[in-house]
Design a binder for this molecule. Structure first.
Ligand code: SF4
Length: 414
């Protein structure tokens, strides 16, 4: 298990500018404003003569100290993660893709397993897509894996097997956006591109006391420009990782640990006592409740039928293997599912459907109630885009966690 950054990690270790005499206290409301902020930095003679870094408003002469503090803190406090022990662009790229919308702890076992199966971009490019998805199985958001392989094929075909060094060429690869391109190019190749993700945006917004929704296009653009201006061009990879690490471990969404923060003396949100209120909450998309009735057809040999039909059964998990299923809002799920099985596979009848333990599954804004049924059959039907597999071994195929939950309910019942 990798160490996580905790309370025992050393706090700020660098020489900050002369602190405000009331540093650490919440200033009176009337002290909030540009002039009051300037007075926080008494070593700076006249703020008007100093160009601040856009949203951060850090006086230019202090930027080297600000950057040294961040880099020094990162060197002493960073988590020991496998993708930080390499400069191999393929491995860094893989980690960045896996970490999108997924926690570090969840990624670690998948990262090692994926690299064991596909140790380099050539191995990934020539693999069968089912094998790629199988090694991604459980991580979710499978379009990431598909794009990863499509990009690997392009890298082999057009870039001699090397992740491109040019920003525009990296951006042209499937699944690579500005964030991933900047992360890989800076960390693997020392190129001066600043990353901007949710963690970095939160850090920047708090240091600059930026109000409003950060994802608003104009604000996000300014944050991107601010990140680029603040970048330490002598160590862009370390800088980007330091910013992301600070957001992930210290400047967290709830209860930021400002006393441990290496840039606390430049942080306007902290000075104003509003760190926990920033950034403004994002407007959440309303959750949609979905019920999925699924059939675990089981023959006497313990085998089951899985299907893969993007526009048919359970399109919620399109392109992955799944049990025959029906998204329904009706009350009599068993009858609806029985009719579906009869029409589509020529099997079933409500009397042979045995309800299993229900389960819950969440995909982005969908809250799915899984209603599995066991259907014992003497012979499994044949169908296009379908496969027959031992129920206990469906994990070997690319399936979603929802499908595994349904299988678990059936195995527990058997
Ligand atoms: Fe975040 Fe607090 Fe550091 Fe400001 S002082 S950047 S709010 S952890």
């Amino acid at each position: 298990m990798q160490p996580s950054r905790g309370a025992g990690v050393s706090p700020a270790v660098f020489a900050a500018p002369a602190p405000h005499k009331n540093a650490g206290e919440r200033p009176a409301p009337q002290s909030i404003g540009r002039q009051a902020h300037c007075s926080d930095f008494r070593s700076i003679p006249r703020c008007a003569k100093i160009a601040p870094v856009s949203l951060l408003k850090i006086p230019a002469p202090e930027l080297p100290t600000f950057r040294r503090g961040m880099l020094s803190w990162f060197a002493n406090s960073k988590r020991d993660l496998p993708w930080r022990r390499t400069r191999d662009a393929y491995r860094i790229w893989l980690s960045e893709v896996m970490l999108q919308q997924t926690r570090v702890a969840a990624v670690l076992p998948y990262y090692e397993r994926f690299l064991a199966a596909f140790p380099n971009v050539q191995a990934l490019a020539r693999a069968r897509i089912d094998r790629v998805l199988g090694n991604w199985s459980g991580l979710g958001y499978y379009s990431r894996a598909r794009n990863l392989q499509r990009a690997a094929k392009e890298i082999v075909a057009r870039h001699a097997g090397n992740f491109p060094r040019e920003y525009e060429a990296a951006l042209a690869l499937p699944g690579i956006g500005r964030y991933t391109a900047a992360a890989v190019l800076s960390i693997a190749y020392d190129q001066p591109h600043a990353v901007l993700d949710g963690n970095v945006a939160r850090v920047l917004a708090r240091i600059g006391a930026v109000r409003g929704e950060l994802r608003a296009p104009a604000t996000w653009r300014k944050l991107g420009a601010t990140a680029q201006e603040g970048l330490d061009r002598n160590a862009p990879g370390e800088w980007n990782q330091a910013m992301m690490e600070l957001g992930a471990t210290v400047c967290t969404p709830k209860s930021p640990r400002c006393a441990e923060c290496p840039v606390q003396n430049w942080c306007r949100a902290r000075a104003l006592g509003i760190a926990e209120k920033l950034p403004a909450a994002r407007k959440k998309r309303a959750t949609v409740e979905v019920t999925l009735a699924a059939a675990v057809l089981l023959d006497p040999r313990g085998r089951t039928l899985l299907v893969r039909q993007p526009d048919g059964d359970g399109a919620l998990f399109s392109h992955l293997w799944q049990f025959p299923a029906l998204e329904t809002t009706g009350r009599d799920l068993g009858a609806s599912l029985a009719a579906h099985l009869r029409n589509k596979f020529g099997v079933g009848g409500k009397d042979i459907l045995t309800p299993l333990t229900t389960a819950r599954h969440t995909v982005t804004f969908r809250n799915i109630r899984l209603e599995p049924y066991l259907v014992r059959v003497t012979r499994l039907p044949r169908a296009t885009e379908a496969c027959i597999v031992a129920l206990a071994r469906i994990r070997r195929l690319p399936i979603s966690n929802a499908t595994q939950k349904i299988a678990d309910a059936a195995i527990a019942f058997k």
